[in-house]
Design a protein around this ligand. Structure first.
Ligand code: BDR
Ligand code: CA
Length: 314
């Protein structure tokens, strides 16, 4: 059994479910977080970066943190205060940041991390793909140093921010387009799976009952995140972003299917859509560029999350 941890760069816009993705990675002995980069998405770049530093302080993550640009590649930012609150991470009180911000930008930090690594590094992307898109444009020579991009975004069957488009892709479709055309192996945790990765009220109670400081913060995060989704008819909180981590840790929990995914960058109604084709199911020859998660063993996924929370001592 290979016990060498998977080196990763987390690119994120915390965000309650981004925070849970970081928690899952930090708890996993199979993963080594080499760097964290921030993007604007759920909130402004200042707020997502501040939240990242607060999360790292809470969880004891000491990886360097690089701040991304204030907006997507071409369009103005779109934020999601309706889901994550004005701070981008409303709910429980968090410690003030005790970890520094790198003097390197997000893209510079990504490039340095890849250059310095002896082995290819996996990028876990849980926000708009602005940083990864810029990295691929600025440093095409580093492509072989990216082992895989495990990303949350898109949806083969439908969107959430619009009927056709999921939030992370809609915020920066041009960046996503660069990523999906890059030839780097992609694992896509889209809405097809993440809307099935639900944390139910009983699961939140199970986490709260662990009784540690971190379990209380996590339960409060999940209560806050569930509240928005409950009001629009969900029976639980969809843990979108942790799916991109769980796919690396426990691939057997997921049904995965290969697709050729193209990003709609035009279109009046469909900008930001992830248009997927499967070999043998269209009249054209299709070469897949992404492995898409389509279903999950929900109980196994929840157990993984609970075990991760249990692994924190206080
Ligand atoms: C995605 O959008 C954000 O609100 C979440 O953090 C997640 O990355 C879900 O559409
Ligand atoms: Ca996110």
């Amino acid at each position: 059994m290979n016990r060498t941890p998977i080196p990763v760069i987390h690119d994120c816009d915390p965000g309650h479910d981004d925070a849970m993705a970081l928690l899952l990675s930090q708890a996993a002995p199979e993963i080594e977080i080499r760097a964290i980069t921030t993007c604007c998405g759920n909130q402004t770049i200042e707020k997502t970066t501040y939240n990242t530093r607060r999360i790292c302080t809470l969880l004891g993550i000491d990886a360097p943190i690089g701040m991304g640009r204030p907006g997507p590649m071409l369009q103005d930012p779109i934020t999601a205060a309706n889901i994550h609150g004005q701070s981008g991470l409303d709910g429980p009180k968090l410690p003030e940041p005790a970890v520094p911000l790198s003097t390197l930008s997000a893209v510079e930090l990504m490039a340095k991390t890849l250059e310095e690594s002896d082995e290819p590094v996996t990028i876990i992307s849980t926000g708009p793909m602005t940083n990864t898109g810029c990295l691929l444009l600025a440093h095409p020579e580093l492509k072989p140093k990216i082992k895989r991009i495990s990303m949350m975004g898109g949806g083969i069957k439908h969107g959430n921010w619009s009927p056709a488009a999921e939030f992370n892709i809609l915020v920066d479709p041009e960046a996503a387009d660069i990523v999906f055309r890059s030839g780097v192996p992609i694992t896509m945790a889209g809405l097809d799976v993440t809307l099935k990765a639900l944390i139910l009220e009983a699961d939140i109670a199970r986490i709260r009952a662990i009784g540690t400081r971190i379990s209380q913060v996590v339960a409060d995060w999940l209560d806050f995140f569930y509240e928005f989704h409950r009001k629009i008819g969900y029976r639980g909180a969809p843990l979108h972003d942790p799916c991109a981590v769980a796919a690396l840790l426990r691939p057997e929990l997921f049904d995965m299917q290969d697709y050729f995914v193209q990003i709609e960058t035009q279109g009046e109604f469909c900008r930001g859509a992830t248009v997927g084709a499967q070999p043998g199911k269209t009249d054209q020859a299709v070469v897949p560029n992404a492995t898409c998660l389509m279903d999950v063993d929900r109980q196994g996924f929840v157990d993984l999350i609970v075990e991760a929370v249990e692994s924190y001592e206080n």
